[in-house]
Design a protein around this ligand. Structure first.
Ligand SMILES: Cc1cc2nc3c(=O)[nH]c(=O)nc-3n(C[C@H](O)[C@H](O)[C@H](O)COP(=O)(O)OP(=O)(O)OC[C@H]3O[C@@H](n4cnc5c(N)ncnc54)[C@H](O)[C@@H]3O)c2cc1C
Length: 494
């Protein structure tokens, strides 16, 4: 008899855990409360437009990355999936002058120095920092004590890259964004750097993002989120996994400190083990007695949510002449709740025919920041829809001043707030990643709790800052814990 594993949540973590558990010989059922799988990794269709909602760039999309093998194993990527790597990666519009960050660091360096020779020293230092962290790929290792078909070890070269990156982290972790930006003279460059960084997290994430792009990673798999998820679902089902949509796992049934099943619609679904991939910050509601562990307390103490208002616009105009990743300074900042937005970052899908009918353009805009309480109050006071429309009006008006083709041509407008994400994925405050503040370590939490056997945890929250690779990696790790505890051989990637 195969051991039965129930996975709560059919996002990337849940589906990945499902595939790995099936490979190791378990009988797996994934419970997903929504009508489609994928969780935050999703896109949606409206009146002929497709809006990409959960993936902008993917760590591990390059074959050279250790994590690529894992994407391949779960079926998300294969040789026939084209990976788009836009170059330049981002373009900032400074009063009509484009300022660009290229994937190629040397090109960025040359471009920025030609723009602002007086900043040459700082530009060289910026590019050197990107070079220093450039080779720090996300490592893949095995859990200590698990039996595996093939050991996975990070290459020695990664150790040297980590030492070089740690030096950079050490010297920048205490430098504030404003202090760093103040080192540059050119106002456009200062604006661009301000728009790409965040007061809370400082400048380090920028170096790491640019580093990943510089080594050829961070591409966009053709078709985006929906086909990406569809391929993992196909792999899961072809291995014999059962995916139950519209099915919420209400509670983990624990007897004698061991999980024995999951309560679904008032019925006990028996299991030998349960992998929880719904947001770890909200797991208390899954238990009669909320689990306790030092790592859970630590997570609650330090986690700051990454969240956003996500605007999707369908425009009756061809915006191919504009860059795919456009950033502007707003003529008038947009203020909402406690957040002030001075910049507008626009994803322009004009060049990809999948996203809009001929001659039209799908664009998306992320306004980041914690506006959860604002929307909650607006909902309670029946102002929610009005507030969304008001915000959309302000953004469209501001955008039309910067991209005149938009004026009067918006035929689809969709606003997702943190409440939308909360309703859709049941995540804490509707957040989908964790802010990587300088004091946080990029280290995973354990996937299990002492004294509670047969329960494992995976998902974006299990290793800051989260995101798709963390969802995948923690799904795999949870299965390694399961294999270790049950004496099962873990079937490694080919
Ligand atoms: C706008 C946006 C842009 C992003 N861009 C990127 C990007 O470019 N690169 C990147 O790496 N990441 C990006 N992310 C983040 C990434 O999409 C998420 O971190 C990742 O998808 C999280 O996966 P997960 O499986 O851990 O969790 P989730 O996606 O939250 O999945 C959890 C699933 O569990 C289900 N669920 C919850 N509770 C229950 C229950 N009790 N019973 C049954 N089912 C339940 C939910 O419905 C959901 O489907 C982005 C996210 C957003 C929103």
């Amino acid at each position: 008899m195969k051991k039965k594993v129930i996975v709560i949540g059919g996002g990337i973590a849940g589906l990945s855990a499902g595939v790995y558990a099936l490979r190791c010989g378990f009988d797996v059922t994934v419970l997903e409360s929504h009508s489609i799988a994928g969780g935050n990794c999703t896109s949606w269709k409206r009146s002929g437009y497709l809006f990409e909602g959960g993936m902008h760039w993917l760590t591990g999309s390059s074959k050279k990355e250790p994590i690529y093998k894992m994407w391949r194993t779960v079926g998300a990527l294969n040789d026939s999936i084209q990976i788009h790597c836009s170059e330049p990666f981002i373009e900032y519009d400074y009063e009509g002058t484009p300022i660009r960050f290229y994937r190629d660091v040397d090109t960025t360096e040359k471009h920025l120095i030609s723009l602002s020779p007086e900043d040459a020293k700082e530009i060289k230092a910026l590019c050197n920092n990107i070079r220093k962290v450039k080779n720090l790929a996300m490592p893949v290792t095995d859990l200590r004590g698990v039996k595996v078909t093939k050991k996975t070890r990070p290459p020695i070269s990664l150790l040297f890259s980590a030492i070089s990156a740690m030096r950079t982290m050490g010297s920048f972790s205490k430098i504030s964004r404003d202090e760093y930006v103040g080192r540059f003279v050119h106002e456009g460059l200062r604006e661009m750097l301000r728009s790409l960084t965040n007061e809370k997290t400082g400048v380090l994430p920028l170096f790491f993002t640019m580093g990943a792009l510089a080594r050829g990673d961070g591409g966009f798999p053709e078709g985006g989120s929906l086909p990406f998820v569809g391929r993992i679902v196909d792999t899961f089902q072809s291995l014999g996994g059962e995916l139950l949509l519209n099915t919420r796992g209400d509670r983990v049934i624990v007897e004698n400190e061991k999980a024995v099943g999951v309560m679904v619609n008032g019925k006990n679904m028996p299991a030998d083990a349960v992998i929880i991939t719904s947001d770890t910050m909200s797991i208390d509601r899954l238990f009669d007695t909320p689990p306790k562990a030092p790592w859970l307390e630590a997570m609650h103490a330090v986690t700051e949510p990454t969240m956003a208002i996500f605007l999707s616009l369908g425009i009756k105009a061809d915006l191919k002449k504009y860059h795919k990743g456009l950033v502007f300074k707003l003529q008038q900042p947009i203020s909402l709740a406690n957040q002030k937005h001075e910049y507008l970052s626009v994803n322009n899908y004009a060049s990809d025919p999948v996203y809009s009918p001929e001659g039209k353009t799908a664009i998306t805009i992320i306004l980041d920041g914690d506006t959860y309480d604002f929307w909650k109050k607006a909902k309670e006071e029946n102002r929610y829809v009005d507030e969304k429309q008001k915000l959309a009006g302000v953004v469209i008006e501001a955008l039309s001043k910067l991209v005149p083709e938009i004026e009067g041509q918006v035929e689809v407008c969709d606003v997702a707030t943190p409440l939308t994400y909360e309703r859709y994925c049941s995540n804490w405050k509707g957040s989908w990643m964790t802010e990587m503040t300088p004091s946080m370590k990029m280290k995973s939490y354990p996937a299990a709790i002492k004294g509670l056997s047969g329960v494992y945890f995976a998902g974006q929250r299990m290793m800051p800052p989260g995101g798709l690779p963390v969802a995948l990696m923690t799904g795999r790790t949870a299965v390694q814990y399961l294999c270790r505890d049950t004496g099962t051989l873990f079937v490694s990637e080919e």
